[in-house]
Ligand binder design. Structure first.
Ligand SMILES: [Zn+2]
Ligand SMILES: [Zn+2]
Length: 125
């Protein structure tokens, strides 16, 4: 919370004396003997102290370094159409052969058998 402070001793025990005649000659009086005259000057001093206080509250956020983006996975169109294919060196779906939806004749056959079984199940139901 912002508190106006004496320019001389940095104390918050500064009293404001109102100019009862309305000449804009309010003045500040501190216990250390510091005095400051003029309503406009007091307002300006108050505002500048408040601005400096609020600036000190702003904590700079640390710069977060962006992690390098992961390489995009291979488009699945290049992979064997048999979903249970395990013929790649890593044991997953292998790349399909040119001119074929499958990486191998084996996968083509397994896929055909799978589809045939699905169709047979449907017809049985
Ligand atoms: Zn003072
Ligand atoms: Zn395959």
């Amino acid at each position: 919370m912002f508190k106006f402070r004496c320019v001389n001793c940095n104390s918050v025990d500064v009293e404001l004396y109102r100019d009862r005649q309305g000449y804009g000659q309010d003045y500040l009086n501190c216990r250390c003997g510091w005095q400051f005259y003029g309503t406009d000057r007091i307002v300006a001093l108050y505002e500048s102290q408040k601005a400096a206080y609020e600036e000190s509250l702003i904590v700079e956020e640390p710069v977060v370094e962006e992690a390098p983006s992961e390489p995009l996975p291979e488009p699945s169109e290049d992979l064997c159409a048999w979903e249970a294919c395990d013929k790649s060196p890593q044991g997953g779906r292998a790349k399909r052969r040119k001119g074929s939806k499958y990486c191998s004749r084996d996968c083509s056959n397994r896929n055909a058998r799978y589809r045939y079984q699905q169709r047979a199940k449907k017809e049985a139901a």
